[in-house]
Design a protein around this ligand. Sequence first.
Ligand SMILES: Cc1cc2nc3c(=O)[nH]c(=O)nc-3n(C[C@H](O)[C@H](O)[C@H](O)COP(=O)(O)OP(=O)(O)OC[C@H]3O[C@@H](n4cnc5c(N)ncnc54)[C@H](O)[C@@H]3O)c2cc1C
Ligand code: SF4
Ligand code: SF4
Ligand code: SF4
Length: 378
Amino acid sequence: MIQCVNPAQCYGCTACASVCPKGAITMKENEEGFKYPSVDGSACVSCGLCKKVCPVLNRQVSESGSIRTAYAMQHTDRDVLKNSTSGGMFTTLSDWIFAEGGVVYGAAFDEQMTVRHIRAATAEKRNDMRGSKYVQSELGNVFAEVKQDLSEGKKVLFTGTPCQVDGLRRFLGDHTEGLVCVDLICHGSPSPKILREQFRFIEKKTRRRLINYQFRPKRWSWHVHREIAYLEGGKEFHSNAYSDLWQQIYYMRLCHRPSCHSCQYSNIDRVGDLTIADCRGIDRVVPDFGSDAGVSLVLVNTRLGEEIMEKLLPTMKTQELAPESVMQPPLRQPSQPNGRREQFWTIYRKDGYEAAIKSYFGKHFALKYKVKKMLKKI
Ligand SMILES: Cc1cc2nc3c(=O)[nH]c(=O)nc-3n(C[C@H](O)[C@H](O)[C@H](O)COP(=O)(O)OP(=O)(O)OC[C@H]3O[C@@H](n4cnc5c(N)ncnc54)[C@H](O)[C@@H]3O)c2cc1C
Ligand code: SF4
Ligand code: SF4
Ligand code: SF4
């Protein structure tokens, strides 16, 4: 049964739970807030399907493409660009699939502020997927929904982290007619439980309910990473030590899913027909591209990816790049675990979130942040 998979390696991709013909596998949250398969032995008929689709037990990447071409890309609509994390390539691709009569799958906040994969058949609903949410998204039952759409002859654009895309491909097997997969260059997915803690922390500090969150708004510039919490009553919370905590937790890799540190997708063999990301280093390669507004990196990995890109090129501002000029760390190797990850979790379990934060960033981190900001202004 699938429980032989080492939890340190399991991606939580849901392929095993989605494929089980007896519904014997449920995804259950562990104490770090990540979901893992749990098997009801009495329902299992030992058919072996779950093991057959698992990317950990079958190491070679399902349908790989090695990068064929790379582009810097920027959407020509200022409004789209403002609401996208990079250059808006996701919106260009999803508009194209809608024009083809298709549907889009991607990650959005639900009403409880949980990030989950949803299906969109309209641009309005798709807009909720815009913007990176730096946390592991809840996949729920979407693999089965994708299968249903494909079996009805619809085109489907699925976007997600490489492990989610690979999980979907393995679950679907040969039934991929009409499917377009887009993966992200991915540095890692942090714990949904710790994000919930950060949201509660903000609500406690502001004494207001959090109703939306932007992980990397472009209000200041694409190059400035700050976060904005949108609160009830039209209030906002940003530009202080408490509001910018999540990006620090993320970059410090304090609570990534353990599998991110041995990720088999951190290389140039891509599982998406196209890969989208931030075009880091664009100023070095094309200094006048206009990077303040955000730039996407688009990697074209398969023949299908090439066909789509050929159709879309006339509609976008682009610049072809040598793939070697835009290599990011996650295209070379998995992110390394933070040496103090265990200490963070131990303190969190014993004394809670605020104590864990203080133990890592120091008791006076808010004061230090203020002083640093003042010094920058001088
Ligand atoms: C967890 C994570 C790690 C990332 N790491 C890197 C990195 O190391 N380097 C890099 O260059 N880029 C990284 N990205 C990608 C980058 O932040 C942008 O999401 C990407 O360039 C798309 O930008 P856009 O302007 O085309 O689309 P946007 O309009 O901003 O759309 C965002 C896209 O990301 C998807 N998405 C958002 N949140 C999640 C999530 N939690 N899980 C799965 N899919 C999600 C949406 O479905 C949508 O397709 C990461 C994204 C995520 C979510
Ligand atoms: S072996 Fe078959 S029945 Fe048992 S859990 Fe796996 S998929 Fe389900
Ligand atoms: S990696 Fe995916 S298929 Fe394998 S055990 Fe984990 S959730 Fe199941
Ligand atoms: S780093 Fe790898 S394992 Fe972690 S979320 Fe990204 S693709 Fe999945």
